[in-house]
Structures are given as structure tokens and as C-alpha cells.
Design a protein around this ligand. Structure first.
Ligand SMILES: NC(=O)c1ccc[n+]([C@@H]2O[C@H](COP(=O)([O-])OP(=O)(O)OC[C@H]3O[C@@H](n4cnc5c(N)ncnc54)[C@H](OP(=O)(O)O)[C@@H]3O)[C@@H](O)[C@H]2O)c1
Length: 293
């Protein structure tokens, strides 16, 4: 039995990323006079979404990134939202546009995401960015999967040759991770709620990335993982009154070689990567970047 997995600390890695981002933002202001600016758009009054947007605004300010904060009523219409995005796309002082998801049911998420200029797509979710990622050419990549890759790199965990199992197939997490891991020469299996024999697939995995977010539906326990596996927990849910991931941390830790805690694992990375994307977008726009067609 492994002596106990080493901890992959999102707090430590995100602090290192944010320090680099702050330096890059300061340097951009110094050399070009351009201050990176992130516009956040929140529709409705979901408290969790409001908290996420508040953290993004706060972190941006700490790193020398200017912000715009658009908070709109839940009744805001889709065409009004598309008009706002058009204005932000054309505003030369805005470099990143983040539309907080989920949107209210009367608004079509795909249409809204698709309306964001790829140059300002700091969430990396537009079809353009997704296609570029698939082609190994993306400039702006989705934040949570990029955060996972940053964690692996920081601790010199090389996915090349690993059998990786991702439990999630969303546009936000699972699908982009497929391309990021393939690019790094892992062999990738994607699982979801309709996967047969999930446990069998997990037992041969060198790298497990789980993002279910519902402990009743799925909990990763020690008997499911291979000795020495690397375990990354993206899931967030409430379990026994506390913030928890998908992983039964205490038992899996005894068997894995590396493991992310929740909280303090992938979570802090998502915001850090958003900040990095914002400064990258600002630098590219300042340098006159266009969209390849
Ligand atoms: N830490 C962060 O920064 C961060 C960022 C983003 C997301 N998250 C968290 O990650 C989780 C996923 O987010 P998401 O937006 O991708 O949500 P989602 O679209 O609901 O994805 C959940 C995935 O889990 C799969 N699933 C559900 N039950 C399962 C089961 N019993 N066995 C195997 N797979 C099962 C679903 O399969 P189907 O596709 O078949 O339904 C789906 O692919 C959430 O907890 C979210 O809060 C965290």
C-alpha cells in the first residue's frame, strides 16, 4: 500500500500563477499603456453564481486587471443580452468577456456563448476556441481544464503514456480535457452516467479526473482506484454540511500517489486561469491580433 498520496495544492499553484499574471499585467501597462480589463455578466440572482462573480471581480482587481460588472435581472431578454455582448465585443477597453453560467432557462446558452468574440473568449467556451483546441492551436483554453493541466505540470506529473479516465463529458470540463490530455500523449477514456463497467475502467487508470458533483450519484472510493494512481477531483458539492468533491479523500489518499483536496485543489485554479486568459487576451489584442478564418 502506498504511504499516502502527495497533495496537489491548488492554493500553492494558483498563487504562483497569479503572481506571474500580476507581473504580466503590470508589464503590459508599462510597455503599451494597455490595462487588461475583464467584463463579467451575471443574469439573475442565483447566490452561488453571484459569489463566483464576486470572487472573479475581487481577484482581477488584486492582480491589476480592471473590471466591468454587469448584473442583470433574471427577466433580461436574450436579444438584450446579445446586444450587451456586441457592445462589449466592440469596446476597445474590454479584453475579456465572461458570461456566468448557467443562464436562466429562457436564454439559449449556446447562442450567447457563440456571440462572444473569440479574441475576448476568456472562458474558452466559444465554438471557435473549442475547434482551435481540438486542432492544438487554441490561444484561450477553458479555465478549469487548463487549471488541471497546470497542476500536473507544476508537480512534474507527465501524462504521456498514462491511461487517463475522465468522469465527465461536459463542454466545460470533460471534452476540453480530452484534447489537452491527448495533446500530452495520454490515452483517454471519457465516462459519464451511461458508462458501463465504470469501476473496471477506473481500475486500470493511471490518472483519474472526476467531475460529477453529486456524492449520492457517484463517490470515488479506494476500491475503485489503482495503487499509485493520480487522482484529480474537480467535483464540488455539499456533503455532510461541508464543501466536498467526488472523492472519498481519506481512503483514496492511502492508495493514490497524488491527490487534490476539496477545497484547495482545482477550485482556486479556475479563477487563476481566467486571470491568465484575460491578460493573454489583452496582450494579443494590444499586439493587433485577429481571428484566423
Ligand atoms: N472546481 C471548479 O473550479 C469547477 C469548475 C467547473 C465545474 N466544477 C464542478 O464539476 C462538476 C461538474 O461540472 P459540469 O458543469 O461539467 O456539470 P455536468 O455537466 O452536470 O457534468 C456532470 C458529469 O457527471 C456525469 N455523471 C453524473 N452521474 C454520474 C454517475 N453516476 N457516474 C458517472 N458519471 C456521472 C454526467 O454524465 P451525463 O453527461 O451522462 O449526464 C456528466 O458528464 C460540478 O460539481 C461542478 O461544480 C468545478
Amino acid at each position: 500500500m502506498a504511504a499516502g498520496a502527495k497533495i496537489i495544492s491548488g492554493l500553492e499553484v494558483s498563487a504562483a500563477v497569479k503572481e506571474r499574471v500580476k507581473k504580466a499585467a503590470d508589464e503590459l501597462v508599462r510597455t503599451t499603456g494597455v490595462q487588461p480589463c475583464l467584463a463579467t455578466v451575471l443574469v439573475g440572482d442565483d447566490p452561488a453564481s453571484a459569489t463566483y462573480v464576486g470572487s472573479k471581480q475581487k481577484t482581477a482587481k488584486e492582480l491589476g486587471i480592471a473590471t466591468r460588472d454587469h448584473r442583470l435581472a433574471a427577466t433580461f431578454k436574450q436579444h438584450e443580452l446579445l446586444e450587451l455582448i456586441d457592445l462589449l465585443n466592440r469596446d476597445p477597453q474590454v479584453h475579456g468577456i465572461l458570461v456566468q453560467l448557467p443562464l436562466p432557462a429562457h436564454i439559449d446558452e449556446f447562442s450567447v456563448i457563440n456571440a462572444i468574440s473569440p479574441l475576448k473568449d476568456v472562458d474558452g467556451l466559444t465554438p471557435y476556441s473549442a475547434g482551435m483546441l481540438q486542432n492544438g492551436k487554441a490561444h484561450l483554453k477553458p479555465c478549469t481544464p487548463s487549471g488541471v493541466m497546470e497542476l500536473l505540470d507544476y508537480y512534474n506529473i507527465d501524462p504521456a503514456g498514462m491511461d487517463a479516465v475522465i468522469i465527465n463529458r461536459s463542454n466545460l470540463v470533460g471534452k476540453p480535457l480530452v484534447f489537452m490530455l491527448l495533446e500530452r500523449n495520454a490515452t483517454v477514456t471519457v465516462c459519464h452516467s451511461r458508462t458501463k463497467d465504470l469501476e473496471k475502467k477506473l481500475q486500470s487508470a493511471d490518472l483519474v479526473i472526476t467531475a460529477v458533483g453529486n456524492r449520492q450519484r457517484f463517490t470515488l472510493t479506494a476500491d475503485m482506484v489503482k495503487e499509485g494512481a493520480v487522482v484529480i477531483d474537480v467535483g464540488t458539492s455539499r456533503h455532510q454540511g461541508k464543501l466536498a468533491g467526488d472523492v472519498d479523500f481519506a481512503s483514496v489518499r492511502e492508495k493514490a500517489s497524488w491527490i487534490t483536496p476539496v477545497p484547495g485543489g482545482v477550485g482556486p485554479m479556475t479563477i487563476a486561469m481566467l486571470m491568465r486568459n484575460t491578460v493573454s487576451a489583452a496582450s494579443a489584442i494590444a499586439a493587433g491580433a485577429g481571428v484566423q478564418r
